[in-house]
Each structure stands twice: as structure tokens, then as C-alpha cells.
Design a protein around this ligand. Structure first.
Ligand code: 13P
Length: 249
């Protein structure tokens, strides 16, 4: 499958940020991307971002509730995201796990909700710095993966994102060898569980991806794309990362 370059805007962006969507759309029109492109703006901007993108850039949510509807004040269902024009949703981001106490089981139920609504789920896993330093990174991410990915995965309905917590927003990244090792481990787990489907499922890398390191990361074996935080907020930077996608991946 083509690589997927996804931008996670997190809690950034007021109406004026739509200019970045328009700028990105212009860039991609002039230079067709060698990858699938997705932007996940805050929910408040989703409808307007979809309109600004005019079909040229796919849009996604950053989280969803597991239920379709109900008395869950402040929450947003996968069906609501779909209705607003989203085609994907991030679930199990480490910031949700850390600040909202999300467990693997809850993340799995959110992934199922995404599929129920017809959205692609981007299911995130990643170790903390202590876990890596103590040599447990592969084990931790393997466990998160096993608990967070429900039965029913297909290469189309899911991308897995490996995001080491210590690399998010820090400017630090694992070495290419470390990324390769983790992605091979995730691949192995997916293939063991899902067979050929697991071989085709995209495994994204996330954590301090920027124009200066994107080309190297996107050429690592088994890297199926990138999940980009800070550097996705500006069209120029995000466009430069997209241009680094590996068409032969
Ligand atoms: P940064 O690219 O800002 O490190 O964030 C990564 C991330 O968390 C994307 O989901």
C-alpha cells in the first residue's frame, strides 16, 4: 500500500488555521503526493477543514467514543466524525492513554467503533523512556498492540502507529535501526495474528518527524508512513515531509 502521511494537530488551531489546509491543497495540486495524505484537525474545525480541502486531502478525528450515541457529555462518536466528513480517526494516542487513563481494552472498543462507522482507525502504541531504557520497549508495545487491536483488522480499515512517548514533541527520535526493530516486531505480531492481511497493514512511525529526518525514516523497512504532530501545523513543513514519502515502500 502507499505510505500514509497523517498530521495530528492535537489541540491546536482556530479558524485562521484553515489557511494551512488551503495552502497544502495548493501544494498538492501542483505536485501530486507520492503518498496518501490525512489531516486530523481538532473536532471544532473538522467540517470547515473538509470544506477547505475540497476532497483533495482526507480528514480525520483525533479520538472517538466507543458508543454510537448517548449521555456522554463532551464526547464525540465515530459516527459523528464520519458525518462531519472524516474518513479516519486516531485512537489510543499516548496523550489519551496518559491524560485520560485510556486502557488497551478501551482503545480496542474505540477501534471497533471506528470500523462500525466506516472510518479507518489509526491505533497508536509506544513505550515510555523508562521502558525503553530498561529494555522492555518491544514487550510493552507488543502487549499494547495485542490488547488494542480488535479482531477484524484489515489493511484498509487500520493503520498501526508506533509512537515512542519520549520522542513526541521532544525533537528526539529513535535511530533507524531502533525504528526498524520495532516495526519488524509489530509486523511479526500482525502477521502471526492476521496472516497475509497483517503483512499489508501500514505501520506508521510518529514522534518528532520533521522535514530534515522524514526521508531517512520513511525509507526504513516496514515503515508505512508517518504520524506527524507539530510539523503538520504548517503547510510548508508538512508538505516537505509528504514529499519525502517513499513511493517504493
Ligand atoms: P510530534 O511530531 O510533535 O513529536 O508529535 C507526534 C505525535 O504525537 C503525533 O501523533
Amino acid at each position: 500500500m502507499r505510505q500514509l502521511i497523517a498530521g495530528n494537530w492535537k489541540m491546536h488551531g482556530l479558524g485562521d488555521a484553515l489557511g494551512e489546509i488551503e495552502a497544502l491543497k495548493r501544494m498538492l495540486a501542483g505536485n501530486p503526493p507520492p503518498a496518501d495524505v490525512l489531516v486530523c484537525p481538532p473536532a471544532t474545525l473538522l467540517t470547515r477543514a473538509v470544506a477547505a480541502a475540497g476532497g483533495a486531502i482526507a480528514m480525520g478525528g483525533q479520538d472517538c467514543h466507543s458508543e454510537q450515541k448517548g449521555a456522554f457529555t463532551g464526547d464525540i462518536s465515530a459516527e459523528m466524525l464520519k458525518d462531519a466528513g472524516a474518513s479516519a480517526v486516531i485512537v489510543g494516542h499516548s496523550e489519551r492513554r496518559q491524560y485520560h487513563g485510556e486502557t488497551d481494552g478501551l482503545v480496542a472498543s474505540k477501534a471497533r467503533a471506528a470500523w462500525r462507522a466506516g472510518l479507518m482507525a489509526i491505533i497508536c502504541v509506544g513505550e515510555t523512556e523508562d521502558q525503553r531504557d530498561s529494555g522492555h520497549a518491544l514487550h510493552i508495545c507488543g502487549n499494547q498492540l495485542a490488547g488494542s487491536v480488535p479482531d477484524g483488522l484489515t489493511a484498509e480499515n487500520t493503520a498501526v502507529a508506533y509512537e515512542p512517548v519520549w520522542a513526541i514533541g521532544t525533537g528526539r527520535t529513535p535511530t533507524s535501526r531502533e525504528i526498524e526493530e520495532m516495526h519488524a516486531h509489530v509486523r511479526q505480531s500482525l502477521v502471526r495474528r492476521f496472516g497475509e492481511i497483517g503483512r499489508r497493514t501500514r505501520i506508521l512511525y510518529g514522534g518528532s518527524v520533521k522535514p530534515s529526518n522524514a526521508a531517512e525514516i520513511l525509507r526504513v523497512a516496514d515503515v508505512g508512513g508517518a504520524l506527524v504532530g507539530g510539523a503538520s501545523l504548517k503547510a510548508a513543513e508538512f508538505g516537505a515531509i509528504i514529499a519525502c514519502a517513499n513511493p517504493d515502500a
